[in-house]
Structure formats: structure tokens, C-alpha cells
Design a binder for this molecule. Structure first.
Ligand SMILES: [Zn+2]
Length: 301
């Protein structure tokens, strides 16, 4: 953890000021081990490379497994594509000029595909995720001084109010148990003129034909390793049957890279063309008016 992140952190329970008790630091000056102690309520949160505000075992553990197992599949700077870059700019509506000098929050960063893109600008980017996918992102983006990672829940953001200029959450909110609560937690950490960009997957009539729902009654009872093995065997068949609509998507990538398909299915996320993204870039003052259609149209599954 870099010391400049401390300026933004606050106790997720009471929003009190946190004092850092460092036990080990790296050669570059980053705090590797220690605790963050709340001056107000006395709670203590561990630093294990990055600040950890949630228990290791939580509902998103499968995402952690997914992104640590397939940590680099979607990272532009690793795979040489611009898929994440195009998606980031088109779905946020932001520009490199606007990002200049800003503090940006990635709510649900996963393995860090959009942190990889955003941090190519002259801005500071903080990625949070409830799963240990933050470790995958930390490993992939090691050495980038403008990238900060925090393992935390979107329901209890460990940041002081008004800490960020912008917040984006792309393809994440619909995976949380209470999506509306997730959305409503974000404006607090923004500055009064801050911007939010949310993308969610919209439910369509044929969404339930997606292969992930066909196999979910079975996969729910299986271990992660068994699921992964089964997916590798079954996906060539299921993919062909259920994902014909994927043709407009970069099909060659999906066909030539079985890990891409496995990575998306193992956490119940698959078939981008069978769902729909919806952009909602809102102004904090108008958040209620603009969030309602976003909340109604979301596929909360
Ligand atoms: Zn506290």
C-alpha cells in the first residue's frame, strides 16, 4: 500500500480516521504489512500487501478463484488487444483529458482490466473488489505507482466522503446481492461535481437461454476445480449451441482462446452479446432521476 492512499481511506464502519501502524515496508517504501486502526470506533483492519476490509471467505470467492486463475486474459497490456480500452472509453464516456490529475475509483475491479486502461493516463486509480481478485490485479499491475488496490465491499466503502473525482463500475453491479444498495453507496465518495459511470447487463427475454443458467443447477453443487474441468470439456458444445448470437463479438478470440470462455463461465458471466450494457453517466446532483431507469432495467441475477 502506498502512503498517499491513506489520505483517502476511512473506517468503513463509522467513517472515522484511520491510523496506519506499519510493520513491514518494501524497498520502494510501500507498506506491506501492518494495520489500519480507527481512531473513532477502535476497529482494526489488516494490511496484507493491500488494505483488507472484508473477510477472505465471502460470496464472491468464485470470482477471486476465476480472476486469479485467469488473471491476464482480459488485460490489454498483456494480450496486445484494445478490447478493454475501447469498452472503457465508450462505456464511461470519459476522455484522457478529463482523467488528467483526477482520483478515480474502480468499483469491482476484478483482475484489473479497466485499471490497466485508466492508469495509462495521468491520474490516480483505486480499484476495490470484495474478492481476492485484487491480488491478481496487484500482481499484473505491479510497478504502476498510480494504481492502488483495496479489498473491500461496495456496501461499506472504506473512503472518506468526497474523496474521488470519478467512479466507474463496469459489468459488476448486477452480481451483487443488492444492486440498488450498491449503486446508492457510490455517490457519497464522490466530490460534489464528481462523475459516475455505471454499466450493467440488461435482462432480455432470452437471457435465461444463456448456457450458464442451463448448467448452473449442477455447477452450484460442484467444487471449483471440478467445474473448471467440466467447463473445459463441455464449453465447445454448449458454446456452439447457445452462443450463436456471439457472432458480432470478436469471435476469433473466443474460439482460439478456450480460457476466455472458461473464465467467463466459471463465475456465471458469459455471452456478452446475449446481454446488454447500459451506460449511465450521471451527475451527483441528479443521481436519483438518472439512477431509477438504470435500477429498473438491470438484470439482477
Ligand atoms: Zn470506525
Amino acid at each position: 500500500m502506498q502512503t498517499k492512499l491513506l489520505e483517502l481511506l476511512a473506517c468503513p464502519t463509522c467513517l472515522g480516521k484511520l491510523t496506519c501502524v506499519a510493520k513491514g515496508t518494501s524497498e520502494s517504501g510501500e507498506i506491506e504489512t501492518g494495520n489500519l486502526e480507527c481512531e473513532q470506533c477502535g476497529k482494526s483492519y489488516p494490511i496484507g500487501g493491500i488494505p483488507r476490509f472484508v473477510p477472505e471467505d465471502n460470496y464472491a470467492a468464485s470470482f477471486g478463484y476465476q480472476w486469479n486463475r485467469f488473471r491476464s486474459q482480459q488485460i490489454d497490456s498483456v494480450n496486445g488487444t484494445e478490447i478493454s480500452k475501447k469498452r472503457f472509453y465508450s462505456e464511461t464516456g470519459w476522455t484522457p483529458d478529463w482523467l488528467h490529475g483526477k482520483w478515480i475509483l474502480d468499483a469491482g475491479c476484478g483482475a484489473g482490466r479497466f485499471l490497466d486502461v485508466a492508469s495509462n493516463n495521468d491520474c490516480e486509480v483505486v480499484g476495490i473488489d470484495i474478492s481476492n481478485a485484487t491480488d491478481a490485479a496487484r500482481s499484473t499491475l505491479a510497478g504502476r505507482k498510480n494504481v492502488h488496490l483495496v479489498q473491500a465491499s461496495i456496501y461499506e466503502l472504506p473512503f472518506r466522503s468526497g474523496a474521488f473525482d470519478g467512479c466507474y463500475s463496469i459489468g459488476v453491479i448486477q452480481h451483487t446481492p443488492e444492486p440498488e444498495k450498491s449503486i446508492r453507496s457510490l455517490p457519497r465518495v464522490l466530490k460534489p461535481d464528481g462523475r459516475i459511470a455505471l454499466t450493467i447487463y440488461e435482462r432480455r427475454r432470452w437471457t435465461m437461454l444463456n448456457s450458464k443458467y442451463l448448467i448452473r443447477p449442477i455447477t452450484r453443487r460442484m467444487s471449483k476445480k471440478a467445474i473448471l474441468y467440466s467447463i473445459k470439456c463441455l464449453m465447445p458444445i454448449l458454446f456452439a449451441v447457445t452462443d450463436v448470437a456471439a457472432l458480432p463479438f470478436p469471435l476469433p478470440i473466443m474460439l482460439t482462446n478456450p480460457n476466455y470462455r472458461c473464465a467467463n463461465v466459471i463465475s456465471g458471466r458469459c455471452s456478452i452479446p446475449l446481454t446488454c450494457s447500459r451506460l449511465n453517466t450521471i451527475n451527483r446532483k441528479r443521481k436519483r432521476q438518472r439512477l431509477r431507469p438504470c435500477v429498473r432495467k438491470a438484470s439482477w441475477i
